[in-house]
Design a protein around this ligand. Structure first.
Ligand code: 3BY
Ligand code: FE
Length: 418
């Protein structure tokens, strides 16, 4: 039985206390979970993968968003298409594997045959009145943002994605995502609501206590972490960091890598932030020794110390671009208290495992960090589901982007429900 039977979702949104977590039903209630799938994952641009997932003509990848089975492929001209992965005849799933390479999309049930653009090319025994042009696969909007693939299930997708794309493209382009290969992928199931996965990602308050591998390279200040003004030592540290950011960003900018932090995580439909930040110690990469994991550098990179370009999009993604590798993260809701976190590690397409990079060294930091984050999300879910839970306050010094994520979420729900 849904918790929200007595109180409507609109009422829960209206009484949301700013600067605080959401009330329990937002993390536990099946009706709100379905609303999230319909109004958030069904109406916004959702990050699903990267061009190297479908590098060649005929390559297909499949992904599920809620109860939508989606197929994304590259046709013979190189154009990328996204379609519902459902035969228009008797509903059979067309592609049942996560990836495939095909000439045509042939239904395993009765051999209805579709082109890679979704057009129905062939269907036996359907009679003279049958019009194949009315039975193409149902298309889904898809965009490649410099190699990052986003889909939108809505009939009319949010138009402001273009503004965002125009702004962030110059930051991402020099890393040349399309010239990468996927060195590794890990699917991790987190025992928590997707919003807790996202909330956890949007702060580094928990980093020093929980992420020994990640904090070898990253500075917490890079992730919306303001120094406590009552602590002079922290204020001085922060000032040093800010000077380092300014100098590094200016140098990277001159080298063709735009770096200044920019973005808007709430008050817009396609919320995002992007910025390039210096890293600690050798500062080359998010590895345990902070040196590059792959000796073939990406795209236009000429130097190893190019910092960490981090890119966050509402509602479901974050990314780290370095000189030698890229890590992308996509969160997919599976149930009110279950979320799939899909992580991909990308290196130069010509890099050879064991020669140019050691796979374990490449993935170690984020493999461990994700496991640590997954446990934290599980703990938060366990607490948010109890009777003793009261939404607690976000830190104004370190959790501003968590508040912006939740603001974005309630604003979008309110707009769709209105
Ligand atoms: O991946 C991120 O976006 C960062 C790194 C640490 C926590 N989070 C803010
Ligand atoms: Fe974390």
């Amino acid at each position: 039985m849904s918790d929200v039977a007595a109180v409507s979702i609109a009422e829960l949104i209206a009484r949301r206390r700013a600067g605080h977590m959401l009330e329990r039903p937002f993390y536990t209630d099946p009706a709100i979970f379905q609303t999230d799938l319909d109004l958030i994952f069904g109406r916004h641009w959702i990050f699903v993968g990267v061009e190297p997932d479908i590098a060649e003509p005929g390559d297909v990848m499949t992904v599920n968003i809620g109860d939508n089975a989606i197929l994304i492929c590259r046709d013979d001209d190189g154009t990328i298409h996204a379609m519902h992965n459902v035969c228009r005849h008797r509903a059979a799933r067309l592609v049942s594997t996560e990836t495939a390479t095909v000439g045509r999309l042939v239904c395993p049930y009765h051999a209805w045959t579709y082109g890679l653009d979704g057009a129905l090319l062939h269907a036996d025994h359907m009679g003279d009145d049958f019009d194949p042009s009315c039975h193409g696969l149902k298309k889904i909007h898809v965009r490649s943002l410099e190699g990052l693939l986003f889909v939108c299930l809505a009939e009319t997708p949010p138009a402001d994605f273009d503004e965002m794309a125009n702004i962030v493209a110059p930051y991402i382009a020099p890393h040349e995502v399309a010239n990468c290969k996927i060195a590794h992928q890990i699917d991790l199931i987190e025992e928590g609501n997707w919003k807790l996965t996202m909330e956890n990602n949007r702060e580094c308050y928990h980093c020093s206590l929980n992420h020994p591998e990640l904090t070898a390279s990253i500075f917490e200040y890079g992730f919306g972490f303001d120094a406590d003004e009552s602590d002079p030592a922290r204020v001085a540290q922060r000032q040093n960091y800010d000077v380092m950011v300014e100098q590094s960003c200016a140098a990277w900018h001159r080298a063709g890598f735009p770096s200044a932090e920019i973005g808007q995580l709430d008050n817009v439909v396609s919320g995002y932030r992007i910025g390039r930040m210096p890293m600690d110690r050798d500062g080359e990469s998010q590895t345990l020794d902070t040196k590059v994991a792959c000796r073939k550098l990406l795209g236009q990179a000429k130097e190893k110390r190019l910092g960490d370009l981090s890119f966050h999009t509402q509602p479901n993604s974050w990314h780290h671009f370095m000189s030698d590798h890229i890590v992308t993260f996509a969160a997919f809701p599976l149930g009110p208290d279950r979320t799939l976190l899909r992580t991909k590690w990308l290196v130069h397409r010509d890099a050879i495992e064991g020669v140019d990079y050691d796979l374990d060294n490449l993935i170690q930091v984020w493999r461990e960090t994700n496991l640590q984050d997954g446990r934290l999300v599980g703990l938060a879910q366990a607490g948010a589901a109890t009777g003793g839970y009261t939404p607690g306050p976000y830190s104004p010094q370190t959790e501003g982007q968590v508040e912006q994520f939740v603001n974005w979420y309630v604003q979008r729900l309110a707009a769709h429900l209105a």
